[in-house]
Design a binder for this molecule. Structure first.
Ligand code: ADP
Ligand code: MG
Length: 226
């Protein structure tokens, strides 16, 4: 019997909007198994980021139950068990690329040489092997985004939550970045929920969740018997 990485029942999130309320996520039911990769699709404003924040334990439902049976209480999720890479620039400007990627390990108390070595290996996998000592303002938006991904994955989290992880990559780079990501998820047995607009990315995920105006449609799993 597999323990679930996350389990949501009637999860609802509303935000105040003037005198009324805006329903960002409407009574969603879902579960995430170990090593399951899910593409999260839906138009702008449909609730994707809201759901990712809830899954990361960075926000709480207005009503309903959200738990992480295989990971423990919400307070224990970060930084080690759940990792997030959200849209927009997130690298610390005063640190080099490799220091940024190594940071979660250093904060967890890992020795510096081990942390930098692990960071260097991940940089190479995300095609950043030749710029470890650059500062964030010396690299492109696409390169920063890949460094953000490497930083999210360095702790070998059990649940990885990514918001448009290839939004700043050209088409062929996006395909390779996704290949590296799926490979790493497989190696570490992590589960992932990846919000994306890119249909060529969605097609490479075994499972899809669609959001429309806060309504979540969690597609049935495709079971492979091979
Ligand atoms: P998506 O990521 O799919 O574009 P979001 O989850 O960001 O969608 O937003 C879903 C809805 O919730 C939108 O109508 C948005 O305006 C609203 N919303 C999201 N976050 C907040 C917030 N912090 N305060 C008020 N409204 C919010
Ligand atoms: Mg969003």
């Amino acid at each position: 019997m597999t323990e679930l990485v996350s389990l949501g029942r009637a999860v609802r999130r509303v935000f105040p909007s003037g005198d009324t309320q805006r329903v960002a996520l409407d009574t969603a039911d879902f579960d995430i198994e170990m090593n399951e990769s899910i593409a999260l699709v839906g138009p702008s404003g449909s609730g994707k980021t809201t759901l990712l924040h809830l899954l990361a334990g960075l926000d709480a439902p207005s009503s309903g139950q959200l738990t992480w049976p295989a990971l423990g209480p919400k307070e224990a999720l970060r930084p080690r068990k759940v990792a997030v890479a959200f849209q927009g620039p997130t690298l610390l400007p005063a640190l080099t690329v490799i220091e940024n990627v190594a940071l979660p390990l250093l904060l967890m108390g890992k020795p510096e040489d081990e942390s930098l070595q692990a960071a260097g290996e991940l940089l190479a996998r995300f095609e950043l092997g030749d710029l470890p000592n650059k500062f964030p303002d010396q690299i492109s938006g696409g390169q920063s985004q890949r460094a953000g991904l490497a930083r999210a994955l360095i702790t070998r989290p059990r649940l990885v939550l990514l918001d448009e992880p290839t939004g700043q990559q050209d088409h062929s780079t996006a395909a390779r970045v996704l290949g590296s990501l799926l490979e790493l998820l497989d190696e570490t047995g992590a589960a992932a929920v990846v919000a994306t607009h890119d249909e060529s990315i969605v097609a490479r995920f075994p499972r899809r969740w669609s959001l429309d105006g806060g309504h979540l449609f969690a597609e049935e799993r495709i079971r492979c018997s091979a």
